[in-house]
Design a protein around this ligand. Structure first.
Ligand code: PAF
Length: 296
């Protein structure tokens, strides 16, 4: 496996494969790899060649976020990627990606204005800027993103379409721990007690999905159900809750909402594919999760 740190060499590598008519699948990451990332690699391996990137992108972190403490595990990440059959990894430094005097940013598409766009101002501007730069260095045919970051996936789809980049964007299903917790590099920040409470995210989504499949279509009532579970309040007798839930709630809920899956616009009744999205804090760790709601 080749490890490349310069955008010029990365572009040469991919351009040469493309000139031979090969498809190239790309998995962009910030490292600290877990099975969720490796499932993206697995999906990308349907292309002739698979490349990945490891870069903790400073421009997508807010001033009070975890840029400094974000886990960095380069050596073991490279070993995992090699074992999974990745042919090259682009691992640039921050100085290479953002040379002195850097001042050009891509503004995020409208679909990034809500939810994470509100809670993390500037986050999507940093994401689309770095993803465009990664696509410049690695002009691949296909790129794979986890639906765990649902809005990010939709933002990148929109940016790719709006800027006619020609890269096919593929959203891949969230990978979960056996108890339902969505895999995330940030899960390692959680204490044992916090991890227990973090289960409320996936549990409230499971309950909402159950209610949806039982015929509930009213967004207000489904959102109310999510909030009750997330805040650790007793759930009413007519809810569909069966699993025992941790008694204490999250420390804060940024949002627990249901929107249209395609464009993330609000809806009153679920009359088209929808997605339930949650963000909140357990201790000092901010977690997100979501579930698509579609007829069976
Ligand atoms: O999802 C991530 O890991 C990052 O946001 C991404 C897409 C690699 C851009 O830095």
């Amino acid at each position: 496996m080749e490890v490349i740190d310069s955008p010029e060499l990365a572009r040469k590598y991919v351009t040469s494969l493309r000139s031979q008519g090969r498809t190239v699948g790309f998995v962009p990451t910030m490292g600290a790899l877990h099975d969720g990332h490796l499932s993206l690699v697995e999906a990308a391996r349907s292309c002739d060649f698979t490349v990945a990137s490891i870069f903790v992108n400073p421009t997508q972190f807010g001033p009070n976020e975890d840029l400094e403490t974000y886990p960095r595990t380069l050596q073991s990440d490279l070993e995992s990627l090699e074992q999974c059959g990745v042919s090259a990894v682009f691992a640039p430094t921050a100085e290479t990606m953002y040379p002195k005097g850097f001042s050009t940013y891509v503004s995020a598409p409208k679909i990034g204005d809500t939810l994470e766009g509100v809670c993390r101002p500037g986050h999507f501007r940093g994401v689309v800027t770095v993803v465009l730069k990664l696509f410049q260095a690695l002009p691949v045919t296909h790129a794979y993103f986890g639906k765990k970051d649902y809005q990010q996936w939709r933002v990148i789809e929109a940016m790719t379409r709006d800027l006619s980049l020609g890269t096919e964007i593929i959203g891949c299903e969230t990978v979960r721990e056996s108890d339902g917790l969505a895999m995330s590099s940030r899960n390692q920040y959680l204490s044992q007690e916090e991890r227990q409470r973090a289960l409320l995210l996936s549990q409230s989504l499971a309950e909402v999905e159950k209610a949806y499949h039982a015929g509930e279509r009213c967004v207000e009532s489904l959102q109310h159900q999510m909030h009750s579970i997330l805040t650790g309040q007793p759930v009413s007798a007519d809810s569909h809750t069966e699993t025992p839930l941790p008694s204490m709630g999250l420390d804060s809920v940024d949002y627990a909402t249901i929107v249209a899956a395609q464009d993330l616009t609000p809806m009153e009744s679920i009359d088209r594919p929808a997605v339930a999205l949650i963000a909140g804090n357990v201790g000092t760790t901010r977690l997100i999760d979501n579930r698509e709601l579609r007829p069976l």
